[in-house]
Design a protein around this ligand. Structure first.
Ligand code: PLP
Length: 431
């Protein structure tokens, strides 16, 4: 009898037998004193090396095409060369983008703060004037988005992800009935962690939200994985600004991306794109906190990635390095759990994550078992606001950093922990 197919129908003796076998295997892993980490989605050292020619790339030339000396102060919204690249990645005009420091998360934080404190349409529009502010959060989602809301005491309303993107019926219903909803987080391509690419219809419906929302609602369109494809013919994400222009909702959309997972995660360039009106308002506040971004680094990036063709070729090198890592994880999952009720997962075509759903009630247990056998996983619940996964079933696997050999071992442990926890749960369920 096979555990994968017959867990529910197994006799009590069979369950005890599996438990013993899996426990013995688990203890053998524990004896190996493993130390493996599948937690944060960051580039491996080999991926970082792909951009090492950034060092010295300027060869003593510090001027941009229009003669700006990048070593000096100024240029609040970044140099033209890099803004062009950001505009192309995000599908907007050059005057609808600004290029900043290394982190798009910082820009998102600043944009939320800006809407909260100052308002994108003047002081009257500031969210702080309202008694209550809420955000829509598709789940599972990106923990750092949730942290921003939590810090500002913004209540988070969860919306389930579907294979097409957020459940838009629910989104529209909530927005129409609750005027305190002022924002929505979206990771539209290779969503963190589900890998979902929003369908054209979902993108269009999100662009239209500004028509039915209360005033000063903003979509925070975090396109962190815009060019991070693992397959040769990746699906295209629809251009949200084109839809927004058609609906007259351009002011409602604020896009973000960065080169964190293109060049250096700690020393890249981040971008924010929105209507000229929003950018003007944002820059007025930005000018109070900086005289300008790191333009030397922007110029270095513009030299390394002069256009989208070079960028795409560069991303293919990333894919060559990380695809085998995704494949080994997926092979283990398929072998262990394919067509079973023990777990469900996605097969992403890009991005940084594989999202695994256990049987309800087991994610925390599995993460704990894995940790005690030397395999660190992102804490269960991290993909939900307030760290609370109501069904305790989602686990985010980030396979880019460990080697294929390390992933092979880590996944043997993971599979063992999922099986062991599932058998233990089945035994207690029958008690
Ligand atoms: N947005 C998403 C969806 C991410 O997954 C990450 C990093 O994992 C970030 C933003 C962070 O971006 P940055 O490095 O530009 O701050």
């Amino acid at each position: 009898m096979n555990l994968k197919e017959h867990l529910n129908q197994a006799s009590p003796d069979q369950l005890q037998h599996w438990k013993q076998e899996l426990t013995a295997e688990y203890q053998a892993f524990q004896n190996q004193s493993l130390n493996l980490d599948l937690t944060r989605g960051k580039p491996s050292a080999e991926q970082l090396c792909l951009s090492d020619s950034l060092d010295g790339i300027l060869s003593g030339t510090y001027t941009t095409a229009n003669g700006t000396d990048v070593r000096n102060y100024g240029g609040l919204d970044g140099i033209d060369e890099i803004k062009q690249l950001g505009a192309e990645i995000l599908g907007v005009a050059d005057n609808e983008v600004l290029a900043a420091g290394n982190s798009s998360l910082t820009l998102m934080y600043q944009a939320v703060m800006h809407a909260y404190l100052f308002g994108f349409s003047g002081p009257e529009s500031a969210w702080k004037n309202k008694a209550e502010i809420k955000f829509l959060c598709p789940v599972p989602g990106y923990d750092r988005h949730f942290t921003i809301c939590e810090q500002l005491d913004i209540e988070m309303l969860t919306v389930p992800m579907t294979p097409e993107g957020p459940d838009m019926d629910k989104v529209e219903r909530l927005i129409q009935t609750d005027s305190s909803i002022k924002g929505m987080w979206c990771v539209p391509k290779y969503s963190n962690p589900t890998g979902v690419i929003y369908s054209n219809q979902v993108v269009e419906r999100i662009a239209r939200l500004g028509k039915v929302s209360s005033p000063n609602f903003r979509v925070f369109w975090d396109n962190a994985y815009a060019v991070h494809d693992l397959v040769d013919e990746p699906p295209q994400l629809a251009n949200i600004m084109n839809y927004a222009r058609a609906y007259g909702t351009e002011n409602q959309i604020i896009q973000f991306t960065s080169t964190s997972k293109i060049t250096y995660a700690g020393a890249g360039v981040a971008f924010m794109a929105s209507s000229e009106k929003n950018l003007a308002s944002f820059k007025e506040a930005l000018a109070a906190c900086t005289i300008g971004p790191d333009k030397v680094n922007q110029l270095r990036h513009a030299k390394l990635l002069p256009d989208m063709d070079v960028l795409r070729a560069h991303m293919k090198k990333h894919a060559t390095l990380i695809k085998p890592r995704f494949d080994i994880v997926l092979t283990h999952l398929e072998q262990a759990f394919g067509s079973s009720t023990l777990g469900q997962w996605n097969t992403p075509m890009g991005g940084y994550f594989i999202s695994f759903d256990t049987r309800p009630g087991l994610a925390k247990k599995i993460v704990q078992l894995a940790a005690e056998a030397g395999v660190k996983l992102t804490p269960a619940g991290a993909t939900f606001p307030y760290g609370e996964d109501p069904q305790d079933k989602n686990i985010r696997i980030a396979p880019t950093v460990p080697s294929v050999a390390q992933l092979d071992t880590a996944m043997r442990v993971f599979v063992n922990c999922v099986k062991l926890a599932s058998v233990q749960q089945e035994i207690s369920r029958r008690d």
